[in-house]
Design a protein around this ligand. Structure first.
Ligand code: HEC
Length: 112
């Protein structure tokens, strides 16, 4: 819950600045993609979702390229990182703009 409030506060601050308004819109779309694709079945953000795969600070741990690779080539990333959690991340075949949005959202998560 606290993460959500912080998230909204951050969005409100970002939205108030024209330079960041576009980023805020992209992140908002990413929140939607994350929900639509039901990433929460295997991942959690704040108190929401599967706590075996927390993504609260994924933006601080992984680069934009790495996060993108997880979404576009989850099989390859599962192999190259040796991730052992089952079920393994399924392959997603999302349009580029949706990948960009969800990556922008996850990259904005730096923990608290
Ligand atoms: C069927 C379960 C499943 C689903 C659904 C799923 N993932 Fe994953 N994901 C995993 C597993 C397993 C890993 C390997 C790391 C781990 O054990 O958490 C992973 C890793 C990741 C990582 C790297 C995390 C890290 O801590 O290094 C990201 C980012 C990620 N997933 C994003 C997503 C997004 C975005 C979606 C929705 C579009 C999604 N995942 C849907 C199972 C899933």
């Amino acid at each position: 819950m606290r993460t959500m409030i912080l998230g909204f506060a951050t969005l409100a601050i970002l939205a108030a600045s024209p330079a960041f308004a576009q980023d805020a819109a992209l992140i908002e779309k990413g929140v939607q993609v994350y929900a639509d694709q039901r990433c929460r079945l295997c991942h959690s953000i704040g108190d929401e979702g599967n706590s075996k795969g927390p993504l609260d600070d994924v933006g601080a741990r992984l680069s934009v390229e790495e996060i993108t690779a997880w979404i576009e080539d989850s099989k390859g990333m599962t192999e190259s990182t040796g991730a052992a959690r089952k079920p393994a991340m399924k392959q997603f075949d999302l349009p580029d703009d949706e990948v960009g949005a969800v990556v922008a959202y996850l990259s904005s998560l730096k923990g608290s």
